[in-house]
Write a protein that binds this ligand. Structure first.
Ligand SMILES: [Zn+2]
Ligand SMILES: [Zn+2]
Length: 464
């Protein structure tokens, strides 16, 4: 009989860690980080110590305790934390998409346990690790055993790419993945044929993005399936307001078409749908779109998988940020991938962009705002905030700082964004389409709200 244990992701937005056990097969549905739990004890300059192995994470309840989850964690981290080493006892992890609230604690998992995700998620995880700050949470694709010894080769995880609509097996369980629309490319929902029930795991999804048709296609395929239990995300279950990617495009287009100066677009770097939206707006307004080095690497590595323009596209520029020497010399871009991009013909410095402000849109986040000193935005310039607004204390502090910077450079604050999550109306349509016998709300702070949107045919079952 299939049994589910929720180690995370029930009454919070994210941190999904759902264990499915069915006779001898044990698989996790995501193994993400719960930001709220972590923020209760830690902040940017006060983090769990990697030097204590799993010790700090386990003590503060941020991961299931190694005593409870025998045979799951990395031996090197168990050993440092003085936990006993056990034989691997899990068969795999299904990764729905590459947001940290779904992947952030995979770094602790034994390298012998295989991961299953879309090809795009696999690639994104690789690029994020390559371009990241080297924190343990981004050490997903490969890692060096701790404590690190000089010259040691990293160990690669067994990361399997699965295709939408094509069934595969983990142990005795058959699984059918479906590509769905979300604010990061490569997102998947999974239909799991356990021995006594069929379970649908939503991951995170929506219908109102550029790739909303993927979610619609999934619903069509689901017409022929009998779902006993749906694990359904409910980030926005109580909301009805709906902006679409098309509306974000229209609103931003209007602002940009009237601007006589530089346009700054601020969106989440993993949101390649939004990249495409601003790329298209730039083209329509006869501007070039300048993206940073990390964004450029994403475009180069994922371009063929999700139909992005090539890096030498005439409408794209690669924006070189000022580093170490402040002279933009080759030596300042020391990593291999940076060197490759530095050598391309369409790179541009802040000073060069500053001279052609009305012809360029530049992608920038708050953490790049030092560059405004060099960009010197002229009157008539615009800043478009194209990501969610602050929803916790730390973000509110940052937002205050962001507004101070904008005020200093006389940049107006504009807002154009749509969420990565389905609202209550969309959720109702999706749930009606899947027609499950039971539904358990996950990834939500308002599980009770599901009662208002499901039909009488579906029983809402709350888990703790
Ligand atoms: Zn999430
Ligand atoms: Zn997500």
């Amino acid at each position: 009989m299939a049994k589910l244990t929720f180690y995370g992701g029930l009454n919070s937005i994210g941190g999904n860690k759902i264990l499915l056990e069915d006779s001898d097969t044990r698989i996790f549905l995501d193994f993400g980080m719960d930001f709220g739990k972590q923020a209760k004890y830690f902040e940017e300059y006060m983090k769990p110590r990697v030097g204590n192995g799993l010790g700090d994470w386990a003590e503060m309840g941020l991961i299931p305790h190694p005593k409870k989850l025998k045979g799951f964690y990395r031996n090197d981290l168990l050993k440092i934390g003085n936990f006993p080493i056990e034989e691997v006892a899990f068969d795999g992890v299904l990764v729905s998409h590459c947001h940290l609230d779904h992947t952030g604690h995979l770094c602790f998992m034994d390298e012998g346990i295989p991961v299953y995700s879309s090809k795009v998620t696999k690639k994104m995880v690789e690029v994020i690790q390559e371009t990241g700050m080297g924190t343990i949470e981004t050490e997903l694709y490969k890692h060096k055993l701790r404590p690190v010894v000089r010259g040691q080769e990293p160990i690669e995880r067994q990361w399997n790419a699965v295709e939408s609509g094509k069934k595969f097996k983990i142990g005795d369980i058959e699984i059918k993945p479906f590509a769905v629309d979300h604010s990061v490319p490569g997102a998947m929902s999974f239909l799991i044929y356990a021995s006594d029930k069929t379970i649908f795991y939503s991951g995170d999804f929506r219908k109102h993005g550029t790739y909303g048709y993927l979610t619609e296609e999934m619903l069509k395929e689901m017409e022929n399936e009998n779902v006993d239990l749906m694990l359904c995300e409910g980030t926005r279950v109580s909301e009805t307001e709906n902006q679409s990617e098309q509306m974000v495009k229209k609103k931003s287009h209007k602002i940009i078409s009237k601007s006589k100066g530089l346009v700054i677009a601020d969106y989440a770097y993993k949101d390649l749908t939004r990249f495409k939206t601003f790329y298209e707006i730039a083209k329509e307004n006869k501007r070039k779109f300048a993206i940073g080095l990390r964004d450029a690497l994403f475009v180069r590595e994922l371009g063929s998988l999700i139909d992005l323009p090539s890096l030498d596209d005439e409408n794209l520029l690669i924006y070189l940020d000022k580093r170490c020497s402040g002279t933009y010399c080759e030596k300042d871009y020391s990593k291999k991938w940076m060197k490759e991009l530095y050598g391309l013909d369409n790179t541009m410095t802040a000073e060069e962009i500053s001279r052609q402000q009305k012809d360029i849109i530049v992608r920038m986040s708050f953490f790049d705002f030092n560059d405004l000193v060099d960009l010197k935005p002229k009157p008539g310039s615009e800043y478009i905030h194209s990501m969610c607004e602050a929803f916790n204390e730390e973000m509110e502090f940052n937002e205050k700082r962001l507004h101070n910077w904008l005020k200093h450079f006389k940049l107006p604050y504009r807002f154009a964004h749509c969420s990565g999550h389905a609202n209550g109306i969309e959720l109702k349509e999706i749930i009606t389409g899947i027609n499950p016998k039971k539904l358990t709300p996950i990834h939500t702070e308002k599980p009770k709200e599901f009662k208002k949107i499901v039909s009488k045919k579906t029983k809402v079952e709350f888990k703790s």
